[in-house]
Design a protein around this ligand. Structure first.
Ligand code: KQY
Length: 367
């Protein structure tokens, strides 16, 4: 492995670009573990393959797979999707992959966060996670990008940025004692400033109800472009999501971004509520050291968990009662991009969605 750079992205003039800025490509991992993916992960693999194929219409896609599953993954993935052997514990590339930063001179570098499977031995989702911990550095090495090792436990799904100095995060996740018990709010903000190149951090409260990541921002709200945020919304006052979304709405309406602008906040309807079905739970092979999933559990379903590709947006299809309304809103929000829906219940059953299983590599700015 190459040695991490000794400075920080901010000190070197780098910043994390918004997801809506141009990409060089997208990375994913292959779902394999039978304790998280029902029916030996086959239905999830079909869904991941469809996500990969759809993104590949807009930008190059690489998927990392365990050596033992290389041939079966190759058979399911489209030919224009690059497949590389890459050991991993589960397949959440957003969280275990690198967060890339760019400068104005056309360079791209990667940030490698410390990862503890969303909480380590205090509510984390599986043990061990040593292979996941190596994924970001391996991706950066394959891409030929230098890396920083950030002194903080963090996940890519726990941060969104506008590329102009503003980060969006939740207290539920970043202040959770199971991530960085020795770091308070200000110390965490300092790390985000240093490693994302931001100057303003907007804190929302809780993430989507029952989100096992401890409330990742990428399931609740994201930047559509600088100054515009979309937020998962629930109209049912008796639903636990109602108060969470209302609180986020109020904080966003009060906030100013790094350039002093007020934010426009657009609501995306919440699907469901959706729950795990008996036959879905029965298809899992429970194993010690991994989260047990049960029939009837509320799923943290959200249309905000979409991926912005070059000229495209990949949105999860989750509920026929709300899919078309969400798609119409996204089309209005992204006029220059094609909105493509992918059936995503099988991804949701594993605890995340399309944004969580993807990680963009930004395109270097033209010199
Ligand atoms: O929200 C994400 N970025 C990842 C979801 C991970 C769920 C683990 N089962």
């Amino acid at each position: 492995m190459t040695r991490a750079l000794a400075s920080t992205p901010a000190a070197d003039g780098f910043r994390m670009p918004g997801e809506f800025e141009p990409h060089a490509g997208c990375w994913m991992l292959w779902p394999e573990r039978p304790d998280n993916w029902r029916a030996a992960a086959r239905p999830a693999q079909l869904a991941f393959a469809q996500v990969a194929r759809s993104i590949a219409r807009f930008e190059p896609v690489t998927v990392g797979v365990s050596a033992v599953n290389f041939s079966s993954a190759r058979a399911l993935l489209a030919e224009n999707v690059r497949l590389v052997a890459l050991a991993h514990d589960d397949c959440w590339m957003r969280d275990v992959g690198p967060t890339c930063v760019v400068n104005d001179r056309g360079s791209v570098r990667g940030v490698d966060w410390h990862f503890n499977a969303w909480g380590g031995l205090d509510g984390g989702l599986y043990f061990p996670w040593d292979q996941d911990e190596l994924v970001a550095r391996k991706v950066l090495q394959i891409e030929g990008l230098a890396h920083y090792r950030a002194p903080i436990i963090n996940e890519g799904g726990a941060i969104h940025v506008d590329g102009q100095g503003t980060a969006l995060v939740t207290e539920e996740c970043l202040l959770n004692p199971n991530r960085n018990p020795r770091l308070g709010r200000r110390a965490i903000e300092r790390r985000l400033r240093d490693y994302l190149g931001v100057s303003q951090v907007i804190w929302l409260g809780k993430g989507v109800f029952n989100d096992e990541t401890d409330g990742h921002i990428d399931n609740l709200a994201c930047f559509v472009r600088p100054g515009v945020v979309c937020l998962t919304w629930c109209d049912q006052r008796r639903d636990p999501q109602y108060a969470i979304s209302l609180d986020a709405w109020e904080r966003l309406r009060e906030a100013r971004d790094a350039r002093g602008r007020r934010l426009e906040v657009v609501r995306l309807p919440m699907p469901g509520p959706l729950r795990m079905r008996l036959r879905e739970a029965r298809g899992l092979a429970a194993r010690a050291g991994a989260k047990v999933r049960e029939a009837g559990e509320r799923l943290a379903a959200s249309y905000v968990n979409f991926y912005i590709a070059n000229r495209g947006v990949l949105m999860p299809l989750l509920d026929p009662r709300t899919d078309s309304l969400a798609a119409r809103r996204l089309k209005r929000l992204f006029p220059g991009r094609r909105v493509v829906g992918v059936p995503a219940r099988e991804i949701l059953l594993g605890g995340g969605n399309i944004h969580c299983i993807t990680q963009q590599i930004p395109a270097p700015r033209a010199l």
